[in-house]
Every structure is written in C-alpha cells, then in structure tokens.
Design a protein around this ligand. Structure first.
Ligand code: NDP
Length: 280
C-alpha cells in the first residue's frame, strides 16, 4: 500500500492577491518561489475583483480559510478603510498592500516603502543623511515616505507634474522630518538620490527634469521596471550617474516583507529577482 505523506492530507494555508486588472501580477510566481526556497506549504492565487466587491471578496476569502493577502490597484485605499488595525506605516501612508488576520481582526500593512528601502540598502545606497528627490505624488510615493524617513535622510523634496498633490503630501508628512515640495519644472539643487515614482516610464516619457540636477545625483532609482532600462535610467546613464536602478528589486522586496509577516521567515530575494528578470 502506498503511504500518503501526512502534509499532503492537510489543507494548505491560502494566500492571494486582490486586484483589477490582475492577470499581469507576478505575485503568485514570487510567493511560490519564496515558499519553495523556505520550504513552506502554501498556495497563492490571483483574485480578480469587481470594483464594488472588494469587502465581500475579502470576507469570502477569509470564510474559505484565507490566511493573508496582497492588495494591488485599485483597492489599496479601500483595504486601508476596511482594516480593524493598521501598522504605523500603513496608517501614515493611507494605503494597505498586505492583509492578515489576528483572531477575527483584519490587519493591514504597507510593505512598499520597506521594500524600496531594502532594495536601496542592498544596492549600497546610503540613506542616512541623504538628500532625496522624490518625483511623483501618487499612491506609490505616498506609500514609501514613512519608510524613507525611518532611515533618517537629511531631507526629502517631492516634485510632481500637478504641484498641488506634491504640496498635499509634504504637508501630510511634515511631522516625520524635513519635507518640502515643488513643481516638476522648478526642481533645483543637489540631491544624492533621485527616485522616479511617476508612471511616466510606463509610456516611455522622459521627465522634464533639469540635466544638472540629475547629473549631480549619486543614484537614480526608477520604481518602474522592464526588460530594458527605463527612459529615466537611460537619462541618468547618459548624464554619467554611476548608479541607476529599476523597481524590480522593490517589487521582490515588498513581497518578501509580506511573506515574512505571514510566515515568520525571511526568503532570500536574489534567486527570485534573477528568475523574474530573465522572464521580463
Ligand atoms: P499613480 O497613478 O497613483 O500616480 C502616478 C504619478 O505619476 C502621479 O504623480 C502623476 O502625476 C505622475 N505621472 C503620470 N504620467 C506622467 C507623465 N507623463 N509625466 C510626469 N508625471 C506623470 O501611480 P502609482 O503611484 O501607483 O505608481 C507610480 C509608478 O510606480 C508606476 O510606474 C508603478 O508601476 C510604480 N510602482 C512600482 C512598484 C514596485 O514595487 N516596483 C510598486 C508601486 C508602484 P499627476 O499627479 O500630475 O497626474
């Protein structure tokens, strides 16, 4: 008689990512690799959710035994509002990308900022005392500001095409440290690190940022990523910036932080980074 291994008889812990659209999401692949690397038994699926069905989808997932979930566009703010409890960084950023339950209570975290910080540190970018220029004022930029301030940079300037949004962010985070705002075409001064958190790269649009400003940076980071260097990375390279990075590392690292929260183990991000990079 063939003996059935005990673990194959127990239901696997279930995780998922909620979004709309969701077909493009790399999260199932990333988490499957993390599970394999850390020898965890779990399943992780994509869940396409109608825009007005997010709370119902979360409740149904929990009812079916769901242990935790990621949340992507357009539900990060709804997830924030749905949670019973929030980590400090999720509360400050006003958006949740990671859900988990403590008893009956639904908790929310935002791991994007920690993911970005880990990727920058891993690539040898010094953040303490650093002068940071953050370009963009959408959800991604809002989500990373609390974690960047935890690293004690000297200052953060937020610049955005629609200046009023940059101003709102600077006011919102004023208690965390030295933060100011300006319009995209008014950016001036010296920065050690420039982070492009706009979606301009997705349409291969170059940012109208003064070449002098880019030239003086030690590192340029684009939150977007692709099979080729982004337009912003190309701009930086042409202007002689020695380090230009894309956002694939941030994507893998934010997933690693979620995985850690759910499973209590830290996966090595490098093999997963290499795998996804080959597939882009
Ligand atoms: P949002 O839609 O919330 O914000 C978009 C931002 O980009 C706004 O500030 C908008 O300016 C600006 N923008 C859009 N088009 C242009 C343009 N042509 N020129 C200048 N500015 C422009 O998007 P998100 O904040 O969610 O995402 C921003 C980027 O970050 C995307 O590329 C996304 O893929 C990436 N991202 C990467 C992650 C990762 O893990 N690597 C995680 C999350 C996001 P305005 O306010 O004037 O409209």
């Amino acid at each position: 008689m063939v003996e059935i291994p005990k673990h194959s008889m127990t239901p696997m812990d279930r995780y998922c990512v909620f979004g709309n659209p969701i077909a493009h999401s790399k999260s199932p692949l990333i988490h499957a690799e993390f599970a394999s690397l850390t020898q965890q038994q779990l399943s992780y699926d994509k869940q396409l959710v109608a825009e007005d069905q997010f709370p119902q989808a979360v409740a149904e997932f929990r009812r079916q035994g769901g242990q935790g979930a990621n949340v992507t566009l357009p539900f990060k703010q709804q997830a924030f509002e749905l949670c019973d409890g929030l980590t400090d960084r999720a509360r400050l950023s006003g958006a949740v990308n990671t859900l988990y339950w403590q008893g009956d209570q639904l908790w929310g975290d935002n791991t994007d900022g920690e993911g970005l910080v880990r990727d920058l540190l891993r690539n040898g970018v010094e953040l303490k005392g650093c002068r940071i220029l953050l370009i963009g004022a959408g959800g991604a930029v809002r989500g990373v500001i609390p974690s960047l301030f935890e690293q004690q940079p000297q200052s953060i300037v937020v610049a955005n095409r629609t200046q009023a949004k940059a101003e709102t962010l600077a006011q919102h985070f004023a208690e965390l440290g030295d933060i100011s705002s300006c319009a995209m075409d008014e950016i001036d001064g010296a920065f050690d690190l420039i982070i492009n958190g706009t979606s301009a790269s997705l349409s291969s649009t170059a940012l109208p940022v003064n070449a002098d400003v880019i030239q003086r940076a030690k590192c340029c980071y684009d939150m977007a990523y692709g099979s080729e260097p982004t337009v912003f990375q190309q701009q930086a390279k042409q202007l002689g910036v020695s380090k230009s990075l894309d956002g694939l590392g941030m994507l893998i690292q934010q997933a690693a932080v979620s995985f850690e929260r759910w499973r209590g183990v830290t996966p090595d991000p490098q093999p997963v980074y290499d795998l996804i990079k080959r597939q882009l």
